[in-house]
Design a binder for this molecule. Structure first.
Ligand code: MAN
Ligand code: CA
Length: 297
């Protein structure tokens, strides 16, 4: 049969045309009789059975007015093409949407990964910030401790310096200069050279001292023990008033300090006194003798 597929089935449009033709004939046909009811329409062979009738000249409507199967086929073919085009467009648009969605999803994944990295970096920076803040706090605490210690140390150094100055001042007062010897709150210098009484007196004065004056028997005994058999000038004379012996500090010379028979002003020229391994003796002031200087502490 023409218009059938490989299995002998009619095409969709061909079936539609035939059904329309059958329906028209039913409408145009007279009321069915019992006899008519016995006649069953063979839809399968409708084309063969109705075609001769359509060709009869007594039909009410000419066959030309019936829908032409050829035109319906063409219209249906256009519809099928449209559906195919729509399917293609739908598939195409779906593919585009899928591509766009896939691209958007990929971008979203990238952005999400970047955001995650940023959050991780932010967390690391926050942790570092906390650590740095803690270290800074420790440094400030250490600085404060060091400053306090520095202040305390400075105060201690100042106090120690004051104490040392006080001690040194006392030690200096209490200590005799080099080559001087200490006895009973006084320092004594025994000269190695000799000179007359006045030069000896000037030498002692240049050392912020004076020719030694005797205040006690112990002092005299101590000096005698240091000089042995040599003679040394002491700070006594009667230059102002003959016979009136005075120490350089203005005190009168005690009689008991004189050696036996002294002062005898031998040759009427003995106005200066010296000490020997015995006691005191008056001798000429221009004699060359060692001398003893004395400095009070
Ligand atoms: C003797 C005594 C002393 C005197 C001296 C002078 O030793 O007469 O009194 O001072 O000579 O050298
Ligand atoms: Ca004498």
């Amino acid at each position: 049969m023409e218009g059938s597929d490989v299995y002998g089935n009619m095409g969709f449009h061909q079936q539609t045309g035939r059904r329309a033709l059958v329906d028209r004939r039913r409408i145009q046909a007279p009321a069915k009789t019992a006899v008519d009811d016995e006649e069953e329409v063979d839809y399968a062979n409708i084309e063969d059975s109705v075609e001769p009738e359509e060709k009869t000249p007594n039909s009410k409507k000419p066959l030309a007015e019936e829908p032409k199967p050829q035109a319906a086929t063409k219209s249906n073919a256009c519809g099928a093409k449209s559906i195919v085009v729509l399917y293609i467009l739908l598939i195409g648009s779906s593919a585009v949407w899928m591509a766009l969605f896939s691209r958007a999803f990929a971008k979203y994944s990238e952005i999400a990964a970047v955001l995650q990295d940023l959050r991780t970096t932010q967390k690391i920076l926050q942790d570092n910030d906390s650590e740095i803040a803690a270290v800074l706090q420790d440094l400030r605490t250490t600085q404060k401790i060091l400053q306090d210690n520095d202040s305390q140390l400075s105060a201690l150094v100042t106090s120690f310096g004051n104490d040392m100055s006080h001690l040194i001042s006392k030690v200096c007062i209490k200590t005799c200069p080099c080559e001087w010897i200490s006895f009973n709150e006084a320092c004594y210098y025994f000269s190695k050279e000799r000179a007359d009484w006045h030069k000896a007196k000037e030498s002692c004065n240049s050392k912020n001292a004076s020719l030694a004056v005797i205040s006690s028997d112990q002092e005299l005994d101590y000096l005698k023990s240091r000089i042995g058999s040599t003679h040394h000038w002491l700070g006594l004379s009667d230059s102002e008033t003959e016979g009136s012996w005075k120490w350089l500090d203005g005190r009168l010379v005690e009689t008991r300090f004189w050696n036996s028979g002294e002062p005898n002003n031998a040759a009427n020229n003995e106005d200066c006194g010296k000490v020997t391994n015995s006691k005191l003796n008056d001798v000429p002031c221009n004699s060359e003798e060692h001398w003893i200087c004395e400095m009070k502490l």
